[in-house]
Ligand binder design. Structure first.
Ligand code: CA
Length: 236
């Protein structure tokens, strides 16, 4: 936690998606990222349980039918080792028995496939709100920039800006850690999916795009030898 964070957290919330269907996992991750959350994907139960218990996630989306380790076992393991970590269970097994077994083992919510991504996002936000009530309603104002983190609306000088999902994720990172010098590595972790290799170029493209759309005066300041700092003025 940064000392400069007040009512909101210092970095985007991070969600782990444990889902073996790669296209579905990918589309869930993209949807999470476009709503300003960071997402990682694990494609089997073992990898998922390992990541969830060794990294600081804010919530887990867990499929039940998984290779290497069944979702219900992963769920039991997570709840034993990280009881406060919210888990949304996702599965094709939409029948009552599986639902009851999932909830019995500590699932915080349950969504049957097929589902609308919009509904999944709404449920994830609800889980995150339970854990961290300040985040959902946060409206951040920096100079003439207004970022509505609940509504995902960005305005500068009263004008609504159309940002790409990656630019929005970058902006949320900057806003939550305004005034801090962020390294390119930290920025990369939040705006680039770890499956991509061309991290450096994507960071440059996202920063260029966001900087152009935000307009003048510039809010993204280059910190020589470090990376970037976000703010209405150079304070350091
Ligand atoms: Ca599956």
């Amino acid at each position: 936690m940064s000392p400069s964070s007040r009512s909101i957290r210092c970095s985007p919330m991070r969600i782990l998606v444990i889902e073996d269907e790669a296209p579905l996992a990918r589309s869930i991750a993209v949807a999470l990222e476009s709503s300003g959350l960071a997402a990682d994907v694990a494609h089997d139960g073992e990898e998922g349980e390992y990541l969830a218990t060794t990294h600081a996630y804010d919530a887990v989306i867990l499929d039940l039918l998984l290779p290497k380790k069944p979702g219900l076992e992963v769920l039991a393991g997570l709840k034993a080792r990280r009881p406060a970590l919210p888990v949304l269970v996702l599965t094709a097994l939409g029948d009552v028995d599986h639902r009851v077994r999932g909830l019995d083992r500590g699932a915080d919510d349950y969504l049957a496939k097929p589902f609308a991504v919009k509904e999944l996002l709404a449920r994830v936000r609800a889980l995150l709100r339970r854990g961290n009530p300040n985040v959902a309603g946060a409206m951040v104002t920096i100079g003439d920039l207004e970022v509505d983190l609940a509504g995902h609306i960005v305005r500068r000088g009263g004008r609504i800006l159309a940002l790409s999902p990656r630019e929005y994720a970058l902006l949320v990172l900057f806003v939550n850690r305004r005034g801090e010098a962020l390294t390119r590595t930290e920025i990369g972790e939040h705006v680039v999916d770890r499956e991509f290799e061309s991290t450096s170029n994507l960071i440059d493209v996202s920063i260029y795009g966001l900087r152009t759309k935000l307009g003048k005066p510039d809010l993204i300041h280059t910190v020589r030898g470090v990376g970037y700092r976000f703010g209405a003025e150079e304070t350091h």
